[in-house]
Design a protein around this ligand. Structure first.
Ligand SMILES: Cc1ncc(COP(=O)(O)O)c(C=O)c1O
Ligand SMILES: [Zn+2]
Length: 422
């Protein structure tokens, strides 16, 4: 199976570059780039887009921007389970709800989908080091995948990143630079260092290849459900996951593999809501699903001062903001914010209703979906999916805030009997 990667196109001005161009962003305007493919029209084999012998994201190699799989991590990335969630559906008043547990990736987050592609791309370009800035998950994923093939990896994180994520980074042997500052500060330092040292820059949004890894979750949903879902709830910070999911569904539709598109629900914390504000701004400008790329140049996605407990989606300046806002508007979806208290309360709620333990960012997707269902953004007969993007063990401090306390007893059978009266 070979890749049909053909070109890169600027989100903002439409400028095109050939596949393999060394640029990360548009040389004409600095906008983010999108990967395009020259897929076969009317292919006689309906299965041309997947290698059914593989059970990981490289099953979709024909629609990925890399070619040499001898450079890929041997770890299994993707093919994460999709569970029906009837009790959560009942709580939401929906007839059909699923949860996709991307915490079951090698480093326990969705980010492995992006890291797996970044690793191959970095090695294909002959880079000596992969470097990235991260709220924690993108970095721990990159460190994990780099370790699996013995590749040097340098990660910038905010010093306040959850302890488990920093522990992962250190354990996998990355050089870990904990910045006294925010994720956005770490991002800028990484940009500077990569430019000076000529390292492969994995930064979210800036690097056009990460989005392509993330889109594989859309391909999996289509295969797992046997159809396109009506709504997909996505937790959003930089906006690269939601724009990746949209790219995946669009690739399927544009290549004639599927015949419809889903609505995307952008779920954010009230305390980190840049994309939601961007969606409101786009609507105020009259931008719609049919607006041309040039019309989108009017939109400035605002920056915010993020403070949310959901560390993975605590973002001041969303690095894939335009693509994310377009994903919401073009999918005729919606953007919703939830308070941090709801995010924390939703961690045990999801865990108890499904057996899937979400980290705060992942719980934000569930909290957003519940709120959207209550406010009738989602019709009750919609087939909806929650993307659970990270495992709750990554941030046990947040889970403990919402999960209650154990019954502490003396070492006596009487006390044990009293404590076990149900
Ligand atoms: C667990 C988790 N969920 C959601 C997100 C949000 O993704 P994005 O920043 O691309 O919007 C992240 C990003 O770090 C994450 O780690
Ligand atoms: Zn451009």
């Amino acid at each position: 199976m070979k890749s049909f990667f053909s070109s890169l196109r600027c989100f903002a001005c439409g400028h095109e570059l050939p596949a393999g161009a060394p640029d990360y962003v548009c040389p004409a305007c600095g906008g983010n780039l999108e990967v395009h493919y020259d897929w076969p029209a009317n292919h006689p084999d309906r299965s041309w887009w997947r290698d059914t012998t593989r059970r990981d994201i490289f099953r979709y190699l024909s629609l990925l921007p890399v070619s040499d799989l001898s450079l890929a991590s041997p770890l299994r990335v993707g093919n994460t389970p999709l569970y029906s969630a009837p009790r959560l559906a009942a709580a939401a008043g929906l007839s059909s709800l699923y949860i996709k547990d991307d915490g079951q990736n090698p480093s326990a987050s969705f980010k492995d989908r992006a890291g797996a592609i970044a690793l191959v791309r970095a090695r294909e370009t002959g880079a000596s080091v992969i470097c990235g800035a991260s709220t924690g998950n993108a970095g721990s994923s990159m460190a994990c995948l780099a370790a699996s093939v013995g590749f040097p990896c340098v990660i910038f994180v905010p010093q306040a990143a959850p302890a488990a994520k920093i522990a992962q980074l250190l354990t996998f042997g990355a050089r870990v630079i904990a910045v006294r500052g925010t994720y956005d500060d770490a991002f800028d330092l990484c940009m500077h260092v990569c430019a000076q040292r000529g390292w492969f820059n994995r930064n979210t949004g800036y690097n056009p290849y990460t989005r392509e890894g993330k889109k594989t979750a859309a391909f999996e949903l289509f295969e797992q459900l046997g159809r396109i879902p009506d709504w997909v709830a996505v937790p959003v910070g930089d906006g690269n996951i939601i724009s990746g999911i949209w790219k995946g569904f669009r690739d399927l539709f544009d290549a004639g593999i599927s015949d419809r598109l889903p609505h995307l629900l952008c779920c954010q914390s009230e305390a980190s809501d840049a994309i939601t504000r961007g969606v409101a701004a786009a609507r105020a400008l009259g931008l719609s699903a049919t607006s041309a790329s040039a019309d989108w140049q009017k939109l400035a996605v605002p920056a915010v001062a993020a403070t949310t407990v959901a560390d993975s989606i605590s973002v001041d300046i969303p690095r894939d903001g335009l693509a994310a806002v377009r994903a919401v508007i073009e999918s005729e979806g919606a953007a919703i914010v939830v308070p941090d208290a709801d995010i924390l309360a939703t961690i045990p709620l999801v865990a108890r209703a499904t057996g899937v333990f979400p980290e705060p960012a992942a719980a934000t997707a569930a909290a957003g979906l519940l709120a959207a269902a209550k406010s009738a953004i989602l019709p009750s007969d919609a087939l909806a999916v929650i993307l659970s993007t990270g495992n709750g063990l990554k941030d046990i401090a947040s889970a403990r805030k919402a999960a209650g306390e154990p019954l502490v007893i003396d070492n006596s059978t009487d006390a044990a009997m009293r404590a076990t009266e149900l």
